[in-house]
Design a binder for this molecule. Structure first.
Ligand code: NAD
Length: 464
């Protein structure tokens, strides 16, 4: 892999044309090349586990356990899954033909889309950079990976390590920020895969339209949780608090953004949340080794503004402490901030959790449907009617019952959003599919022709 550093002037056209040249040689098409690269990714991770954890700690204060279980081990599992299934995914799929075209054969053959551009975000800067690249390699594409400038340690590590393991002419890492992405977006790609916020998603889609390039947009949004009294509250609380605070301190696209709960259950739920937080992070979470920090001052100040907003500040029922120097914000519960307040407008992406009381389940569903479609809707309930209602009456990238986050590591479930939370999906075979074109192939036999199809259309042909 070639590394292009931001301080050198990026020749975006050259990056794209080198990758296209390599793709045209056909060397990324055979299974052998793809498997070799996928094995190399596994090796890169296994031989550099400590360095990866160190970089994630430097960027996000990410605890080692979280770095392993939510980043590097997930990527390893993803690469191994692709290795195991590659030949099955690549196999042509035979299709039936109508008798009118007999004798003929028809099948669908996946082919690599070509030259892919992957733009990675900062919140899981290793996982969300390498996992899409696995899909691109499995599909037989060449790929340019733009790492996130917001997490420089992981970005630098990737650009140092990957060249030692992967094919330099087929996979290039570009470090840098907006100018680099802008220059690269001007090039013609055969696929753009972007993970990040919807505002930049629109820029990416606009640039892709110029070349009619297909895009996958993995975006975010406000992921709600509805919880009722049919569940084991302690267990539910553990799963929700782990989903929120054990995943990068709420800086995850699928972490719970706000809770919806009926009025009668709210006091008991808040009490349970508080006790789980103490169980997880102690009386003073600042001293816990298991809590990530806010990524940088910009995001710290953005979250601080949400906390200082009068609609929020008066409603804090747990936490609220912060320290700008160490980018620490305590896990914070906020009861019933105004529905039109800033904290309920956009994705929070941090350790603040509004708990909104509602009259009943219908009011909860109305509130969810009043907002743009979420990446995930969560339902904590054993009530079968509620399961049916949430399945049929809400729309989101995914629906998760009685847990948070764990759906991300099920390779058979395509992962992606809908509407404002994204377009397209990946993981497992969906990753292979997203970087492939499914070519319809029709092969007519030389024998057994039907004269009826050819002019002149005489009366006897019309009568048939
Ligand atoms: P970010 O700031 O790292 O941006 C992502 C990428 O976009 C970076 O590579 C950056 O260089 C580039 N970029 C930023 N501004 C740009 C501009 N003006 N023009 C061109 N490129 C630009 O990450 P972020 O957007 O802050 O990430 C957080 C968002 O990502 C949240 O909304 C979160 O929900 C979403 N997210 C979604 C998923 C998912 O899988 N659906 C995963 C993680 C994060």
């Amino acid at each position: 892999m070639t590394i292009i550093k931001p301080h050198s002037v990026l020749d975006a056209a050259k990056v794209a044309s080198c990758l296209r040249e390599t793709f045209r040689t056909g060397r990324t098409r055979p299974s052998n090349w793809r498997l070799e690269q996928l094995h190399a990714i596994v090796k890169l991770i296994e031989e550099n586990e400590d360095e990866i954890c160190r970089a994630l700690f430097a960027d996000l204060h990410k605890p080692r356990h979280e770095a392993l279980t939510m980043e590097s081990l997930v990527v390893t599992a993803s690469a191994k899954h692709a290795i195991k299934n590659l030949n099955k995914w690549r196999a042509p799929v035979k299709k039936e033909t109508p008798y009118i075209v007999w004798p003929a054969s028809a099948f669908i053959l996946p082919e690599p889309l070509g030259v892919a551009f992957v733009i990675a975000p900062w919140n899981f800067p290793f996982l969300l950079a390498v996992d899409p690249v696995i899909g691109a390699i499995a599909a037989g594409c060449t790929v340019c990976l733009k790492t996130s400038e917001v997490t420089p340690a992981t970005s630098e590590l990737l650009s140092t390590l990957v060249p030692k393991y992967l094919d330099n002419d087929a996979i290039k890492v570009v470090e840098g920020g907006v100018p680099e992405v802008t220059a690269l977006l001007e090039q013609k790609w055969d696929k753009i895969f972007y993970t990040g916020n919807p505002k930049v998603g629109r820029i990416v889609m606009g640039a892709a339209a110029k070349h009619l390039t297909p895009v996958t947009l993995e975006l975010g949004g406000k992921c709600p949780v509805f919880i009722d009294d049919t569940v084991d509250l302690q267990l539910a609380s553990r799963r929700i608090m782990a989903g929120k605070y054990g995943s990068n301190s709420g800086q995850a696209c699928i972490s719970p953004d706000y809770i919806l709960v009926e009025e009668h259950l709210a006091p008991k739920l808040i009490k349970q949340f508080r006790s789980t937080l103490v169980e997880f992070f102690g009386e003073d979470p600042r001293t816990s080794k298991d809590l990530s920090r806010i990524v940088n001052k910009n995001h710290f100040q953005r979250l601080s503004r949400l906390l200082d907003d009068p609609a929020t500040a008066d409603r804090i029922v747990h936490g609220g402490e912060r320290d700008e120097d160490s980018l620490y914000i305590a896990p914070t519960l906020i009861e019933d901030p105004a529905l039109d307040s800033p904290i309920m407008a956009d994705e929070i992406f941090g350790p603040l959790l509004p708990i909104i009381t509602v009259r009943n389940v219908n009011a909860a569903i109305d509130l969810i449907n009043d907002k743009p479609k979420a990446l995930v809707v969560h339902l904590f309930s054993t009530n079968k009617d509620y399961v049916k209602m949430f399945t049929e009456e809400t729309s989101s990238g995914g629906l998760v019952m009685n847990d948070c986050i764990m759906q991300f590591i099920v390779p058979e479930l395509p992962f992606g959003g809908v509407g404002e939370s994204g377009t397209g999906a990946y993981h497992g075979k969906a990753s292979f599919d997203t970087f492939s074109h499914f070519k319809s192939i029709f092969n007519k036999s030389q024998s057994g022709d039907a004269p009826i199809r050819y002019p002149p259309f005489t009366l006897w042909k019309q009568a048939m």
